[in-house]
Design a protein around this ligand. Sequence first.
Ligand code: ITT
Length: 199
Amino acid sequence: KKIVFATGNAGKMKEIREILADLPVEIYSMKEAGISVEIDENGKTFEENAKIKAQTVAGCTDGDTIVLADDSGLEVDALNGEPGVYSARYMGEDTSYRIKNQSLVDRLEGVPVEKRTARFVCVIAAAFPDGTVCTTKGTIEGKIGYEERGENGFGYDPIFYLPDMSRTTAELSPEEKNAVSHRGKALAAMKEQIASYLK
Ligand code: ITT
């Protein structure tokens, strides 16, 4: 059995490899599996988009492969849940995260600390060789900071502040982030689904 992970995001892929390291299965990125396919990510929810990615890539694999996909994003309460499912596309795919992060901080100017609540959401979808599909979800609650802090992680991590840890997720080590993150939680639940499929 092998797993192909349907993502082109290197930051996600690094975390996924670390979190799934203890599974008795070979894990390949789409690139390593030699798969290149146009994915029409037109769903309205994380669940829909994760399933679209997993099923599209599953259509390019042989019968012995489990395809996983991750759809994730940042929901900012003071912005009515934006950027949400549009997190990667916010201000355009090619805009740097320095600029995207500064934009969110600017849009929260004057918003007091108790109203700066936000969460990362991650939905993992699995497309199994028998045609079944399932999803698992994880979230982590935090607050939007006042400036970027930290060099670890990727994307919106430098402005995602965890009050309990007094650090942003970009200031956590990879192990610390994976132990508490939306992706760590969603993949922990998915590991159980995979284990029961493999039985
Ligand atoms: P794939 O579809 O190829 O997997 P993508 O980056 O386009 O890559 P998404 O549509 O799921 O994936 O976008 C998720 C975005 O949400 C991601 O690009 C980040 O900006 C943000 N995000 C998700 N998880 C994050 C995390 O752990 N830390 C920081 N930002 C995160």
